[in-house]
Write a protein that binds this ligand. Structure first.
Ligand code: UDX
Ligand code: ADP
Length: 461
């Protein structure tokens, strides 16, 4: 079949997979190929058991796979054939050397760029999809265009704003699509080609164009602002606990101010996910490298507040449970970093579980989708942790339950039955404020919400 465009995505992860599946579903006239170095991942994309859990994803994949959507490990052949290449390989925070713990590790990106140069026989448009430090596109353009084959690579930035758990809805109906390009004739021509892809289903006024560096920076700043709202409300949750104010009431009230807006004001045990911490640290690193100490400190405090919130959650548990959890069974309800995903990257549950194990608790992890990832995350303390999918089983004989993820299922459980099987006194720490605290208290639980007065039967805690 003759396709109008041949699009390739390198990296079949949480971003590349869903994004390309939606492009293929919306644009049957294009051939969309997704490649990855990981053969198991590609095999899973070609099977009924997709490698990631995302509501609605499997229907979209089924609609397009084999028609104009292909998953493959034949990276070189796919590069050769494609006119437009999205790159969404992983860009973790560097764990070694200069910038360790802060700067982005660009080795996967650079390796990909070098491979594109080696294999290509003609001009191509290369699109950054992974979030990267500002000015990466420039560095990549230098690597790509230092070839002696006379091939021109136009590098664009098209950051992805989808959130996990709502990826398909976000891709179908994005607030905006951002395409950054050089403002040269070649850059603008390439930009128009990418605009044309999204214009198949995104209203034109929501397709925003900018220069490359603004696009790169906008992605980092969007994530920094979102995370900053969570750290801000989490800081207030601690104050609420001291003053007997209720953080949910404060959120509701301030969110009604249309200048503030109501979203991303839900206090939690901390934000997780692969992006927020990484992107803020990246922003901090860039600011420091330009000598902008105050700016760097300002944004770094958003991450520090998040770390504090996780530590504080465990400290509250300890204090409530008579200053010791040693030998006590504690069930964590949820391990994913948010509901509707199996992803556990930077999940606050990781830190909470590890801290509890250090306190010699017997930790039981329950989650509908994330247990496989949880086992990998807790490999260092796996002998002291149990993994039990069924929350009723997990809570049996437990001294405490801590809600880590706002899975809908947890609201509808029979807590009377759970209470009957637990040790006394029984505690619930609601790290997401999703349960009916009054009802739980009336059943006999000692209830510790976040940023709200605790409901306790015990006078001493
Ligand atoms: C985020 C951005 O939202 C998205 O635009 C970007 O492309 C990638 O990073 P994601 O990490 O998938 O998406 O999920 P998000 O919904 O932003 O949640 C991040 C974390 O913040 C989760 O741990 C979530 O539970 C937490 N959160 C979110 C809160 O604690 N309170 C809130 O009010 C909102
Ligand atoms: P994200 O959340 O940004 O999508 P993931 O870690 O889920 O990140 O996905 C990144 C994917 O990129 C992984 O599946 C990884 O195997 C793949 N990858 C990394 N380096 C390369 C490379 N050089 N060529 C192809 N795929 C790569």
């Amino acid at each position: 079949m003759n396709f109008a465009k041949k699009i390739l995505c390198i990296g079949a992860g949480y971003v590349g997979g869903p994004t390309m599946a939606v492009i293929a579903a919306k644009c049957p006239q294009y051939k969309v190929t997704v490649v990855d170095v990981n053969p198991a991942r590609i095999a899973a994309w070609n099977s009924d058991a997709l490698p990631i859990y995302e509501p609605g994803l499997s229907d979209v994949v089924k609609q397009a796979r084999g028609r104009n959507l292909f998953f493959s490990t034949e990276i070189d052949a796919a590069i050769d054939e494609a006119e437009i290449i999205f790159v969404s390989v992983n860009t973790p925070t560097k764990s070694f050397g200069e910038g360790a713990g802060k700067a982005a590790d660009l080795q996967y990106w650079e390796r990909t760029a070098r491979n594109i140069v080696k294999v290509s026989k003609g001009d191509k448009i290369i699109i950054e999809k992974s979030t990267l430090p500002v000015r990466t596109a420039e560095a990549m353009s230098s690597i790509l265009n230092a070839n002696e084959k006379g091939i021109h690579f136009e590098v664009l930035s098209n950051p992805e704003f989808l959130a996990e758990g709502t990826a398909i809805a976000d891709l179908n109906n994005p607030d905006r699509v951002l395409i950054g390009s050089q403002l040269t004739p070649e850059g603008l021509k390439a930009r128009d080609q990418v605009v044309e892809i999204y214009a198949n289903w995104v209203p034109r006024e929501r397709i925003v164009t900018s220069n490359v560096w603004s696009a790169e920076l906008s992605k980092l700043v969007a994530n920094a602002f979102l995370a900053q709202r969570i750290s801000s409300i989490n800081s207030i949750s601690e104050l609420c606990e001291k003053t007997e104010a209720d953080v949910t009431e404060v959120s509701r009230t301030i969110g009604m101010d249309s200048r503030i807006g109501s979203r991303f004001l839900v206090s939690s045990v901390g934000f997780g996910g692969s992006c927020f911490k990484k992107d803020i640290l990246n922003l901090v690193y860039i600011c420091r490298s330009y000598g902008l100490t105050e700016v760097a400190d300002y944004w770094e405090s958003v991450v520090e507040m998040n770390e504090h919130q996780k530590r504080r959650f465990v400290k509250n548990m300890l204090r409530a449970m008579f200053n010791t959890v040693a030998g006590k069974r504690i069930a964590l309800f949820g391990f994913a970093f948010k509901a509707d995903t199996g992803d556990t990257r930077e999940s606050p549950a990781i830190d909470v579980a590890i801290q509890l194990v250090k306190e010699q608790a017997k930790v039981v992890i329950s989650d509908p989708k994330a247990l496989d990832n949880a086992k990998i995350d807790l490999a260092s303390c796996i002998d002291n942790v149990e993994f039990v999918k069924d929350p009723y089983e997990a809570a049996k004989g437990a001294h405490a339950i801590a809600v880590m993820t706002e899975w809908k299922d947890y609201k509808g459980l029979d807590y009377g039955k759970i209470y009957a099987g637990m040790e006394r006194p029984a505690f619930i720490f609601d790290g997401r404020n999703v349960l009916d605290h009054k009802a739980l208290f009336e059943m006999g639980f000692n209830v510790f919400p976040l940023g709200q007065p605790a409901l306790k039967h015990l006078k001493t805690v």
